[in-house]
Design a protein around this ligand. Structure first.
Ligand SMILES: C[S@@+](CC[C@H](N)C(=O)[O-])C[C@H]1O[C@@H](n2cnc3c(N)ncnc32)[C@H](O)[C@@H]1O
Length: 236
């Protein structure tokens, strides 16, 4: 396993992985491997329809590459595997991420962690689900930058309203926000929208009004919280 200097994602993942002694890691959406290659977990699997490196030559005992969509991976290859940490960073649209998340639940255990990237769009343009439209609209309105988060923010509301046996927080400092999700029942559960259809039609303005459900937490507080939850045997 080659470990290179990390970014905010691998820094957060490595802190949790070391504490929970994680053995199996799955990353959906790997691109050039900036995060993947700096994650320090003995067995790592990367899934991407088009890796930006020669995956065949990088294959090793600890690093496995599946050049295919996440749907093809989960339905054809994953079979029986239980991952300790799953990092979802593939196609940045709600329907695909929702399906990746449901699949990730199937391939994780009681003390596993699922991380969803890009859950807090940086501006209204970044929240547009179609990347070209997002970037063109920002430029037309005089904005700059190529940030694109898509409508993954809707995952916060889908998890909140439809997965009451999961708990979550969103790491809000020292890098792009990401939502960390683990198995722990939320005891005073009450759905806010109670409609997947309504969640799927949310806009950035609805998101602003319902930001409280993101459970924002600065990294220095969030990571120890997640670790203590994962190490606790008091789930359910
Ligand atoms: C933002 S990049 C990933 C960055 C990477 N996780 C990192 O932190 O360095 C998103 C990647 O998702 C991949 N992708 C797009 N659709 C996908 C799908 N259906 N399944 C898996 N990956 C997908 C793209 O090819 C792209 O490489």
């Amino acid at each position: 396993m080659t470990v290179i200097d990390g970014n905010h994602s691998s820094r957060r993942i490595n802190l949790v992985a070391a504490a929970m002694k994680a053995e199996k890691y799955l990353e959906v959406g790997v691109a050039d491997g900036e995060t993947f290659f700096s994650v320090s977990i003995p067995s790592k699997t990367g899934v991407d329809p088009k890796f930006r490196f020669d995956a065949k030559s990088r294959e090793s005992e600890g690093e496995h590459f599946c050049e295919m969509s996440s749907d093809d991976y989960f339905t054809g290859v994953a079979r029986g595997t239980k991952f300790d940490i799953v990092f979802l960073d593939g196609l940045h649209v709600f329907p695909q991420t929702f399906r990746d998340f449901c699949n990730a639940i199937m391939f994780t255990g009681d003390n596993s962690l699922i991380i969803i990237d890009d859950t807090i769009p940086s501006d209204v343009y970044s929240s547009i689900p179609e990347v070209n439209l997002a970037l063109a609209t920002r430029t037309r309105e005089g904005g700059t930058g190529a940030a694109w988060h898509g409508d993954i923010y809707k995952m916060i509301y889908a998890v909140h309203d439809f997965f009451p046996s999961l708990s979550y927080l969103t790491v809000s400092s020292r890098g792009n926000p990401q939502t960390f999700i683990w198995r722990e029942t939320r005891r005073y559960f009450s759905p806010r929208f109670n409609s997947l259809e309504q969640i799927s039609r949310m806009t950035w303005f609805d998101f602003q009004e319902n930001m409280d459900l993101a459970n924002l937490s600065p990294e220095e507080y969030a990571i120890p919280t997640v670790i203590s939850k994962l190490l606790s045997s008091d789930f359910g």
